[in-house]
Design a protein around this ligand. Sequence first.
Ligand SMILES: O=C(O)CCC(=O)C(=O)O
Ligand SMILES: [Fe+2]
Length: 346
Amino acid sequence: MDESSATFKTVQELVAGGGDVPDKYVHKDVPVASSDPIPLVDIPVIDLSLLLSPSSPSSGDELDKLRSALATWGCFQAVNHGMSASFLDRVREIARGFFHLPAEEKRRYTRAAGNMEGYGTDIILFEEQVLDWTDRLYLTIHPEDQRKLKVWPEKPECFRDVLHEYSTRLTVVLQIMLRAMALSLQLEEGCFVDQLGEPTMFARFNYYPRCPKPDAVLGLKPHADGSALTFVLADKEVEGLQFQREGKWVGIRIIPEALVVNVGDQVEVMSNGVFKSPMHRATTNPDRDRLSIAVFCCPSSEKEIGPINKLVSEATPRLYKCIKNYPETYFQYYQSGRKPIEAVKI
Ligand SMILES: O=C(O)CCC(=O)C(=O)O
Ligand SMILES: [Fe+2]
């Protein structure tokens, strides 16, 4: 799709125009709805305020819960992360406000051809790719000097201020997470922090318009994230995020004030496979649109990362190579239909 020509149609425009769902969005081999309804489940909930307070009697328990959640599910719901429910609502509002702007206003931020950043639809990477039923806005948010303000919306008016505040808050949450993950494995507290260096963080605003064929169309195909860790601020009212657990899909019940945190491939590598980068996907809904904001936290691009030495032993041999700039490998593999983490397995 040549987006630079401004002739591409967003999913939002397709829906507004009525008519059938184009074939390129329809999954033929993998029915989205199986004969058994997909259950809605509660994944572990972790109180971030307890993780790094050794004086609190429950800190050790919370670290154990964290280790177990990341080693089984690879994800959890984080509460007491330092952001109020009303602030999270403001983040959801700027996202919704942006996608509800007139089409010509949004197109000012259109992603340039060959570029990841900006506003657009699913990127076509290979011919037989089934497209995701989603429009996106993708922005580097951290470090500040890597932001491309040209594609940072100026409307709704508070968009930039709220996103700046959100990214500042998430850098703090990320540090808490990295330290707590290390402590939960009895490692040096700074070992994940050191591997990441100055993290790079990308925000992906995912807008999933209502879809007339929810049984055959996905908002987001099954994938594992190429990040180290991902924070997802999910829709408050419409469910749709599903994780794979023991080979089966399960839907995540919404906790409005929580952030869904999931392990990405790079933490799976650093933890030598102890923490799992889970497969997940987003479904579509026939009646309502859905919105989520994913923030991918990655190591600085010049940092080489690899399994932490203390996690490699005779009993637990090294499973992954050292890697640098993994997102590049990730997209090459994704493009050829392979699972990216296979590229770095020994
Ligand atoms: O829409 C969601 O809830 C999930 C988003 C996600 O997994 C992603 O953007 O990578
Ligand atoms: Fe994801």
